[in-house]
Design a binder for this molecule. Structure first.
Ligand SMILES: Nc1ncnc2c1ncn2[C@@H]1O[C@H](COP(=O)(O)OP(=O)(O)OP(=O)(O)O)[C@@H](O)[C@H]1O
Ligand SMILES: [Mg+2]
Length: 503
């Protein structure tokens, strides 16, 4: 925070301002007369001087001329006078602001603080002045430089356009009559290079039509010369503030856009990973099921081939059995191929949404697990209504069902039950069919029942990916327009799929 001299003969006011500024971190000296002020200014270098105009030994205005020739201090006038002429003259001298003291000083104090803080901002804005008059250059610099602005000034339109191409400005002040070009043409060229930078047009002579044209061509404001300095300064401050905010907003928008894009990318990537993982898990379970179904025929083939070999080794005549064996092996190979086709059909991706028979879709899933269930002594009871048409992706639906049946099968794995039952049945209500898949394996702990549809949630420490139910729910909801829910019964878990019928 900067160094401030308060020149004010009322000890009370001087103290109030002083305390407030010290609280904000400013370093403060207090002068109560012209003489004291002069002494302080002579010995110190102040960033700001807060100046009362009426002092016991003279007029504060004398200090202003003095200070301007001696130092870079910025002056803020604090006065109870509401003299517009004086006020304007002081602005011409380059004071930072003119604050009228209110009765309780509160309002003026806050205003004062605002001005000081703004003037303290380190990053200065750059202004380009395009005017052919040296006097205007001097005047504008005199009032803008104390306000922390960097002013670059040129005399012709061509110089201005060249400079704008090379440097960034926060504001352009443009005289309408220039020696080489018409200001309106310069404005047009400025807009070609930078469509957003604010432009104030100055003119001494412009008629209404020209003013209209200037504003339509993209000027942000128009000021008639000779201008009122305070109005000029207010407009400069306002336009630059506004421009700075719009740039910030634009930056924020761009950042936001970038973030959204990034997150969408991340989500897509997650989806891709998920689909690859679920595909891998599916393949694992297909191979597992195929291998179960192949075991039996492969066994028969192996035994048959063994029979031929042993008979042959023993020197027995194999002519009479070879025919028999050939038939058996052939039959088993047919069986193997058929199983393979069933699986291939089942896991072929669906191309179209179609109406299909619910019974048939359930049969397809059941066919694949039957052997495994039998081997694990699980009794599968299917009791479903026939001739019910539903709509969606057929194979996907059967896969979802398979995931649910497989989970029921897994649930029995650590249970020693007399009778293991998986029951698949339907109930019909109006246009809806409810398909229930129920087991008696003890159910799902209440603690986790809300989580089982989340991706990667699994209690099967090594063997589960936790994607089975997530995928099943996704298929039922997104591709079948249905609903998959779960509840515990007194004996086990009960999954219900609600679907619309299309008979
Ligand atoms: N019928 C059921 N009885 C008891 N618990 C079940 C049943 N069905 C699902 N669960 C629980 O829900 C969890 C999530 O099932 P999900 O099918 O999503 O994954 P997973 O079976 O563990 O893994 P994956 O399906 O990849 O083999 C299971 O780990 C299990 O704890
Ligand atoms: Mg599962």
């Amino acid at each position: 925070m900067g160094k401030v001299l308060i020149v004010e003969d009322s000890r009370f006011i001087n103290k109030v301002i002083s305390n407030r500024l010290k609280k904000e971190g400013f370093q403060v000296d207090n002068a109560y007369s012209l003489q004291e002020a002069d002494d302080y200014i002579y010995q110190n270098n102040y960033d700001f001087i807060i100046l009362d105009l009426h002092l016991p030994d003279g007029e504060g205005i004398d200090i202003i001329t003095n200070v301007q020739s001696m130092s870079n201090s910025k002056i803020i006038v604090l006065s109870s006078l509401k003299d517009d002429y004086l006020r304007e003259e002081l602005f011409k001298f380059g004071i930072l602001d003119y604050i009228v003291k209110d009765r309780h000083l509160n309002y003026s104090l806050e205003e004062l603080l605002k001005i000081l803080k703004k003037a303290e901002l380190k990053d200065s804005e750059k202004i380009l002045l395009v005017d052919d008059s040296k006097v205007v250059h001097m005047q504008v610099k005199k009032v803008l430089i104390p306000r922390n602005y960097i002013v670059k000034s040129v005399y012709t339109g061509e110089q201005a356009i060249n400079l704008i191409k090379k440097e960034k400005f926060s504001l352009i002040i443009l005289d309408i009559t220039l020696p080489d070009m018409n200001g309106v043409d310069v404005l047009e060229k400025i807009r070609e290079v930078n469509s957003k930078v604010p432009v104030i047009v100055l003119s001494g002579t412009a008629d209404a039509a020209t003013v209209r044209k200037i504003l339509k061509n993209g000027a942000n404001d128009y000021i008639k010369k000779p201008f009122i300095f305070e109005e000029f300064l207010l407009k400069v401050d306002l336009l630059i503030d506004h421009y700075r905010q719009s740039l910030k907003l634009e930056e924020l928008n761009q950042e936001l856009e970038k973030k959204v894009k990034q997150q969408v990318e991340e989500l897509l990537e997650k989806d891709r990973i998920l689909s690859v993982q679920s595909r891998l898990a599916e393949m694992g379970s297909i191979i597992n099921m195929i291998s179960h179904q192949w075991k039996q025929p492969l066994n028969v083939i192996s035994v048959t081939v063994g029979r031929i070999f042993i008979n042959y080794k023993k020197g027995k005549d194999i002519d009479n059995i070879i025919n028999d064996c050939y038939k058996t092996v052939n039959l088993q190979i047919e069986n193997l191929v058929e199983t393979l086709h069933t699986f291939m059909d089942f896991f072929k991706p669906d191309k179209n949404i179609e109406k299909f028979d619910l019974y048939e879709a359930i049969r397809n899933s059941v066919k694949l697990v039957e052997t495994v269930l039998k081997k694990e002594n699980i009794n599968l009871k299917v009791n479903i209504e026939e001739n019910i048409l539903i709509k969606g992706f057929k194979n996907e639906f059967s896969q979802a069902l398979l995931n649910i049946i497989n989970n029921a099968k897994d649930a029995f794995s650590d249970k020693d039950l007399k009778e293991k039952i998986i029951k698949i049945c339907t109930t019909k209500k109006g246009n809806f069919i409810y398909l229930h898949i129920e087991d008696n394996a003890g159910g799902i702990p209440e603690k986790i029942i809300d989580k089982i549809f989340e991706p990667y949630f699994s209690t099967k420490s090594n063997s589960g990916t936790g994607l089975g139910l997530y995928i099943a729910k996704l298929i039922i909801k997104k591709h079948m327009n249905g609903k998959l829910t779960v509840e515990n019964t007194s004996e086990g878990a009960k999954f219900t799929i609600k679907l619309k019928t299309y008979n």
